[in-house]
Design a protein around this ligand. Sequence first.
Ligand SMILES: Nc1ncnc2c1ncn2[C@@H]1O[C@H](COP(=O)(O)OP(=O)(O)OP(=O)(O)O)[C@@H](O)[C@H]1O
Ligand SMILES: [Mg+2]
Length: 493
Amino acid sequence: MTNLSHFAEKPTILVIDDTDDNLTFLSNLLNTNYKVTIANSGEIALQIIRDNPLPDLILLDTFMPEMDGYEVCRRLKSDSQTRKIPIIFLTSTSKIDDEIYGLSIGAADYIVSPISPAILLSRVKVHIRVKEIQDSLRNQRAWFHSIIESAPDAMLVTDDKGEIVLCNSRAAVIFGYGSSELYFKNISDLVYESAGIRKDGTEFPAEVSFNDLPNLNDSGVCSCVLVRDITERTRVENEIREAKELAETANKMKSDFLANMSHELRTPLNAIIGYSEILQEDAEEIGQYEFVADLKKIHSSGKHLLTLINDILDLSKIEAGKMDLNLDDFDLKHMIEDVETIIHPLMGKNNNQFVIEKKDLFFKTMHADVTKLKQSIFNLLSNAAKFTNEGLITLTVRNYITDDDDERIAFSVSDTGIGLTEEQIGKLFVDFSQADSSTTRKYGGTGLGLVISRRFCRMMGGDITVCSKINEGSTFTIDLPVAVKLSDENTMT
Ligand SMILES: Nc1ncnc2c1ncn2[C@@H]1O[C@H](COP(=O)(O)OP(=O)(O)OP(=O)(O)O)[C@@H](O)[C@H]1O
Ligand SMILES: [Mg+2]
């Protein structure tokens, strides 16, 4: 807030009189409460005013040789810099016409000799106070003006008839008017529902808010209308929406294409796998052992390709929202045994030791999509087996109940393998992404296992989390409800 009493020091008074006795008398009278400067001619007074901070009040003798008081007053009042200084004329004549003339050229007051000290002091006090209030009002107006000018939106104040009585310069810019042209236009000519209307008649999208204001003169309701030009924002929003729609269409086309292609590829591939198996048996039977090794390679490459195609098919089905859950009750122990049987040969490959720990397994059955759960656990275990050499791999199965009485089950796969850096962890679960480019060369794989597994788990109301330290090992945890419920989210990715 501005400070109403802005005189930090004593108010300053300039006394102008050609008689030294008068100057001494007035200085002595005013010195206690004011800072007094004296001048014994009009020219010297004007010089002092030019060279120093403006006085708060001037006491001015009317009759002086060369330049009289009236001339000094006229000059000060015709200059915008000095116009606001209150002037009190001091005179020895009591002619009413002189007094009227003095007031007509801008003096604040007119005091006739003999001067009563008490009256002079009280009039000086009143005029200093009036000046103080005027200065303060001027400061407050400038302060208020700078506030509305700093608004990034158009700000328009209307009277009870909707006519604009105040606005900021942003309003003129937004509506395309000259700086004072908006005054007394009606707000209904400028805004219409959620559009602004420019001077040239063109419209622009706008956010408009009307706020009632207390009316200073008690004549109806005033409004403060804020108008934000949202042309640019609307354009960007439209572009984003169009880009999103385009991307979604392209993504759907990609998923459909992949789903169809994967399907088409699997049929001949299954034939290649099947026939290479038959040929292997035939070659063994007729003793053509030199072909067996090559046929085995065809068979295992075909199998590898089939896994890849199945992964891609899974992913594209998930993305196209066509992946369904087949929920069923199953025995946890049997499911874990099945996983162990499938994973067993993989564990031996890098001389890893494999342990299964069942902790507080108080739920014997689970209700979920057993195939997808097995595939997810298998993915974690095959990763652990792939990225660990002569280490320990542990599958821990554990039940727990959350604070919300949610019955959950966690399958954690820990290994003592190569581990991951923070940066690598950030890139996990991204389609076709592997920890670094050397991974494919060294370990094979496509970087789809985790993505698919996480999406399966999320469909079942769970998730996969990871914690890992480079060169020390990793723990991947699948967390699921014991009884998965079918909901809209199940089919979402
Ligand atoms: N247990 C682990 N230890 C170290 N790195 C791992 C582990 N599991 C996954 N990763 C890193 O995460 C990457 C992605 O794993 P993901 O299972 O998705 O793909 P992949 O095993 O490379 O290929 P795919 O599973 O599709 O055959 C891996 O390439 C590897 O860099
Ligand atoms: Mg994998």
